[in-house]
Write a protein that binds this ligand. Structure first.
Ligand code: VAH
Length: 317
C-alpha cells in the first residue's frame, strides 16, 4: 500500500486531496503536511496523521518522509497568481526553493513526486485556443515563471536522477469545500457563494474572458490517476494539459441564473487579474493526457453548477 505525504494539506486543493487519498489508500497511510500558520481542523485533522511540513525546510521534510516511510509526495505548496505578484520573492522561495528541497528528499529516499503546474505557465505568445501540450511558454506573471520552472526542474530530476516526477497543468479549480486563496480564477468560486447568499455578484474579470476551469472532483481524480498510471505509457510527465470546461463570466452567470432567476451580476474589472487572465489560454488541448493515462473528466459547467449550488445551499442557508 502507498504511503503518501501531502505538502500544503490545508490549502484549497490539498485539503480535499488529502481526504480523497485517505479514501483510496487508508487514513493511516496519508500524512497531512501543514505549516503552523495554517492549522488543520476537523475531519482533516482527526481522520489521519498530520505533521508540520515547511517546504523551505529540507531537513524537516526528510524527517517526516523517514518517520512515515513515505513513497509518494504530493507537493501543493505555492502562492497563487495574484498573491504571487505582490510577493514575488516569497513565491519563488516556496515554489522553487521548496520544490528543490522536495526533489532532493525524493532523490535520496526514493519517493515519487507530484507538483502541479498550471495554465498559468503559458503567456500571451502561446496559442490561446486548443493550446498544444508542447508549445511556447513565456508567462508574464511570477506565478507562471515558477510553474514553468517547476515543469523543467521536475523533468530534470526524472531525466538526471530517475526520480518519478509527474504533474498536470491545472486550470482554475472550483470547489465547494475550501475557498480559494488569491488566484485569478477565484471569481468562478466566489460567484456561487454570492448566488447562494442572495447577493449581487461584482465580477472582477471582463465579460468574454475565456479560461479553462475544472470542478474539484475531476482535479483530484486526475492527480491520483496520473500517479497510478503505468509509467511505460507516459510519453510526457511534467506537465500534462488537462481540460474539462472553458467559460467566460457571462456563461457561468447565465448557468446560475437559470437555477436562481433573481441572481444579478455587474462588472468591476480588476486590472491585475484581467492582465493575468488575458495572458492565459482560452482552452487547452488535452489529447496527450487522454491517450497516455485515460484522462476523462466527469463534470461540465451545467453539472458542476447543479452540484455547487446544492452543496453550498446545504451549508450556507
Ligand atoms: C490562480 N486558481 O488563479 C489559481 C490557478 C490556473 C489558476 O493557478 O492563480
Amino acid at each position: 500500500m502507498k504511503h503518501v505525504l501531502v505538502i500544503g494539506a490545508s490549502g484549497q486543493i490539498g485539503s480535499e486531496l488529502t481526504m480523497k487519498l485517505r479514501d483510496c489508500y487508508g487514513n493511516e497511510n496519508v500524512v497531512a503536511g501543514y505549516i503552523p500558520t495554517a492549522e488543520l481542523k476537523g475531519e482533516l485533522k482527526e481522520s489521519g496523521p498530520s505533521a508540520v511540513v515547511d517546504v523551505t525546510d529540507a531537513a524537516g521534510i526528510a524527517a517526516v518522509v523517514r518517520e512515515y516511510q513515505v513513497d509518494t509526495i504530493y507537493n501543493l505548496a505555492a502562492l497563487l497568481s495574484v498573491v504571487a505578484e505582490s510577493k514575488p520573492k516569497l513565491a519563488w522561495k516556496i515554489g522553487i526553493d521548496g520544490l528543490w528541497n522536495v526533489l532532493e528528499v525524493a532523490r535520496e529516499q526514493g519517493c515519487a513526486v507530484f507538483t502541479p503546474s498550471s495554465i498559468g505557465s503559458f503567456g500571451v505568445s502561446t496559442p490561446h485556443v486548443k493550446t498544444p501540450q508542447d508549445t511556447i511558454q513565456r508567462p508574464c506573471s511570477m506565478y507562471g515563471v515558477t510553474k514553468v520552472t517547476t515543469e523543467l526542474l521536475s523533468d530534470y530530476y526524472f531525466n538526471r536522477y530517475g526520480v518519478d516526477t509527474r504533474s498536470v497543468r491545472f486550470p482554475g479549480i472550483i470547489s465547494n469545500v475550501t475557498p480559494p486563496g488569491g488566484g485569478t480564477t477565484d471569481y468562478a468560486v466566489d460567484i456561487y457563494y454570492s448566488a447562494v447568499k442572495g447577493e449581487k455578484f461584482v465580477c472582477p474579470i471582463a465579460r468574454g474572458t475565456f479560461m479553462d476551469m475544472m470542478y474539484m472532483p475531476d482535479a483530484l481524480n486526475a492527480s491520483i490517476m496520473l500517479m497510478e498510471a503505468d509509467p511505460a505509457k507516459l510519453v510526457h510527465r511534467n506537465a500534462f494539459n488537462i481540460a474539462s470546461m472553458s467559460f467566460e463570466p457571462d456563461m457561468i452567470f447565465q448557468t446560475i441564473k437559470k437555477r436562481l432567476p433573481a441572481f444579478e451580476m455587474s462588472y468591476e474589472v480588476d486590472h491585475l487579474k484581467q492582465c493575468i487572465a488575458d495572458s492565459w489560454p482560452d482552452c487547452l488541448d488535452d489529447t496527450c493526457a487522454r491517450e497516455e493515462w485515460g484522462w476523462n473528466p466527469a463534470y461540465d459547467l451545467e453539472s458542476m453548477t447543479t452540484d455547487m449550488l446544492e452543496k453550498l445551499s446545504m451549508r450556507l442557508r
